[in-house]
Write a protein that binds this ligand. Sequence first.
Ligand SMILES: Cc1ncc(COP(=O)(O)O)c(C=O)c1O
Length: 382
Amino acid sequence: VIIPYAHQSINEADAGAVLKVLKCDHITQGAVIVNFEKALSLYCGARHAVVFSSGTAALHASYYASGLGQHDNFITSPNTFAATANAGLLLGSRPIFADIESKTGNIDVTKVEANINKNTKLLVPVHYAGHPVDLKEIFTLSKKYGLKVIEDACHALGSKYEGENIGNCRYSDMTVFSFHPAKAITTGEGGAVLTNDALLRNKLLLFRNHGIAKTEFINKPHGEWYYEMQLLGYNYRLTDIQASLGLSQLKRLKKFVLARRRIAGSYNLAFCDNSFFDTPVENDYAYSAYHLYVIRLKDRYIGKKCRIFSDLRKNGLGVQVHYIPVHMHPYYRKLGYKEAICPIAENFYKGAISIPMYASLKDDEVRFVIRTIKSVMKKWCK
Ligand SMILES: Cc1ncc(COP(=O)(O)O)c(C=O)c1O
């Protein structure tokens, strides 16, 4: 039996909510979408939420709404899923990777300023593994240079910064979430953008639906049937079927996060005096939703990672690695990004292993994970 590194938690209430919508007249873009958006904005404490067909679509839309375009660049972390950077490439802009700090795996805020140039439009901090970036620091920089800020919070629904929910956009223009099954709550595939700005909300709604407006027209309407396309958008809509799952899951979010934090506590305790790897830490300002629990092999054991990884898998743990730094992928190499531009991220990658972390992980499974990791480490790290 393999214990995966992540897994969704679906119960009868979730399934019942989906079934109910399946029997309705509207299975996409009906009332449930709007209810899910209201519930999300209420939970996060932002004025507006716009849901999308994926976190990637939500990122793409938010970058578009921020005005990012050709010849612009944006600064983000290399220690992220490729989509964070790709969404900017899709708009003809260029990501600049600022190196990370090894303590949290987040972008090193002190390294951002040196990367800002006259074409920089946007800062995209990624709350890696659910641990928030120091948003006040990012906010200060953005004001100094007149930049927009979009939080890639795909890992951080349920996380808090200085006691306030990630997603309230107090220090950013927009915040992006993903509802992929590995994430805090799921809609199968799905994502959302939170914002306090009504103009941004309007752009997001247009971009989600081919750029088509159904109210507030540029031309004079021809009749009641009238709609018009005002910008080039996509079909990035979420269905009501998915939104019903999201709405039901959102009610369980607090419990999910508490369960994740309890598991993190068990891991922290079990591994606190080990000499093989470091475990995640939380800064004073942070409350992490623990999307991931990433252990990091000490430098002297990095050379053993391949063997440790495959032995963990052989022994029933579906471990993973987050992340291969984005600039190291062949596609980015072809674009001219060099290896060694972010040495700390590259070293972080060499030692990182994500171990099982999800709300429905049972106590005996947690004990099995701990036992297995301890014995595999002892075997390879003599
Ligand atoms: C940091 C980060 N950004 C963006 C995404 C993209 O989200 P999605 O898979 O919902 O498109 C993910 C999801 O894997 C992610 O982890």
